[in-house]
Design a protein around this ligand. Sequence first.
Ligand code: B3K
Ligand code: ZN
Length: 881
Amino acid sequence: MRTDTGQVFRLEDYKPSDFLIPEVALTFRLDPDDTQVTAHLTVERRPGGDPTRPLVLDGDGLTLAGLTIDGVPAGAEDYEATPDALTIPRPPAADRFTLTIETRLAPRANTQLMGLYQSNGVFCTQCEAEGFRRITYFLDRPDILSVYTVRIEADRRSAPLLLSNGNRTEAGPLEDGRHHAVWHDPFPKPSYLFALVAGDLGVVEDSFTTASGRKVALAIHVEHGKEPRAAYAMDALKRSMRWDEERFGREYDLDVFNIVAVSDFNMGAMENKGLNVFNDKYVLADEETATDADFANIEAIIAHEYFHNWTGNRITCRDWFQLCLKEGLTVYRDHEFSADQRSRPVKRIAEVRALKAHQFPEDQGPLAHPVRPRRYREINNFYTATVYEKGSEVVRMIHTMLGDETFRAGMDRYFERHDGQAVTIEDFLRVFEAVSGRDLSQFALWYHQAGTPNVAATARYDQASGTCVLELEQSLPPTPSESRKRLMHIPLAYGLVGPDGEDMVPARIEGATVENGVIHVRRRHHTVTFSGLTARPTVSLNRGFSAPITLSQEVSTADQLFLARHDADLVSRWQALNGLLSEALIAAFRRLRGGKAATFASELVEAVVALADDDTLEPAYRALALTLPAETDIAREIGDNIDPDAVHSARVALSEAVAARGQARFAAVYAAMADDGPFRPDAAGAGRRALRNVLLDYLAVAEGRPDPAAAQFETASNMTERAAAMTVLVHRFADSQAAAEALDAFERRYGDDPLVIDKWFQVQATMPGPAALPRVRHLTGHPAYAQNNPNRLRALIGTFCTANPTGFHRADGAGYALLAETVLAVDRHNAQVAARLATALRSWRSLEPGRRGKAREALLSVAAEKALSRDLRDIVERTLG
Ligand code: B3K
Ligand code: ZN
């Protein structure tokens, strides 16, 4: 575990290092318990650097086994080595010198899954953010760019495959059943992009010819026997490579591109240059074992890591405060890719839902931080929804303001000007200012200020003059350590929807800059006047979710319903309906809390039902619109004093009302959406299955018995249908024979396939009500469960704590106790995963007093532990505030 010195890193303290390391030659003599690493570093003094400064290399838990300086073994007075640092107080005076550093590692014992470790016997590395310093002493910071040559030696039988970054330049046998390979990566890169893999894996091979005619060998390495399950990932990779050429003019630059899937991985995947390492969950898929959601995730993550080759690798971050420079931008690029491959409005709605479900609560709670944070204690805790998802929204806003052509010109300029550099958000914004001639200084606050801005809006229409006056007022709530906020530049896309559903075009607009359907809100208050209108418009605001804000709109239910039916923008249409549903659910929650029954307006229920057979809308869209706001969404909208049981009851009541009214129509559409041909994981097929599965839930609710779901479970020909049926059974009819039988059948069929059993853990972990907790505790003793595997832990405990509001937030606090106990146990072997799990309590302050007190006790019990990792202590202390 890393030493927690309590040190805080600050953006304003950034200083270029006094030394550079242009070349690195690494030799690994791999052994599970005693790997020898020899790092031969070419060190240069940075021109202008301070010549009297010592050279201090970062380490993390290292033991120095040997050191030479310019080829001469170092004497005791020449250096000081601790687990955390190697200091050379008086480095050679020359401009250029060499260091040869030897360290010894035990990959098999590395449970943190950072640095060099073993997963199922496969040697692999994870270096972002600061894992390279667990391999050797180094200037482990992203602005040190080096050319790497890597020699790997290993046992030939257990590790026939030897991979590192770049192109392979040499390979051959050694004595004693060992062999070696040498890899050279000609592109200077930061240490966090270094990777090595050695093991015995199966492979799927293919090739890609770039736009300029270069042939690239592609390979995806997976466990033996799982090769057929990598076909979709390979297809997604080739589509990603083509798309980046067509959309951004970016070609791949090495002769080979390798992807390796491992089963022990702290997160989703890693974009190491030429050698992406993946959590196997995001590589392996076929219709029998993966759902449509899995296929979509694989497509998105394969694309994301590939796109990093330009946004992250060729152009990297100057320091970790700039993380959003690569992550926000690359998420934006993978969102656009998925939108182009699938349905744009459906993709956008899914993004908005994810943003509201994950980023909004972060931004509105104790862990709120700017897209570009100014300080951190542990950088791994900043791979957040804010950096990634809000970071992507900021790039999207730049695109919205500049339009396709100028945005592309800005990106082209960014690649041209900064290729091979480690840069900042300021560099990024500057290229867009240059190509557009705009001043983005106020807009830049999106990177600097935390919190979700709110825009309050009212519209009034004056028939006599044909004018519509829109009052807009922005506000930004205070967030931890930022009480005073500056006014933001908010690009608010809008439409004036006429009585016939067509957009109306006003003759004149005054009161704000309005261009291309976007109102630029820059002051606290704007009065925007649209004149020359022939009828009363219904104002549609924040179309396409152009800005990641909350909107408080004084608008009648009739107008909302009108937009829900007629807005030309499908995302806004969904937002209008979703807004109405949220309001209805909040009202029902309040009635239930007051001891009354929940009731719902029949026109709202009918509006939902009518979507099911609206053939003008694609099935995927209908499926999304028929999905009621999640319990966590309702809770977030309510804001404080949350009683999760009442939220749950309100939602159940609304689903019963919709189910009862729609039953006959739902049954007809359910039948019509049945698959008619072979399984296809594409958007159209997935959309039909999604609609069918939403309707299945309603049908089971309407009938009040598990039969429809049991029937689908029996006859399902793919995992999407099977898992959905099992979910309806377990969530709606937990005590039924049918639910028990489905769980048994699923376990028998997939018992030895960990990724599939994760779905079985998940469905039980999300079972509503107090019975989930004993079930989850019991499952921790299941032979397929393993707390030291991040996927298993997340499937069971992670899912329980983040996606089961009534189960986790049991009034007796037993859910919080389970979390505290698990977090402490995991922290002993994997700090990063423990810290991530602990964020499940980030919204504890919004609970009703009884639960709030119990949640606080659980957090305090964790904080009281003396030997916490830096990762976990940082999260727990910030959460407590
Ligand atoms: N860059 C990695 C994430 C690394 C997380 C380190 N704690 C994957 C990605 O965002 O593409
Ligand atoms: Zn990324």
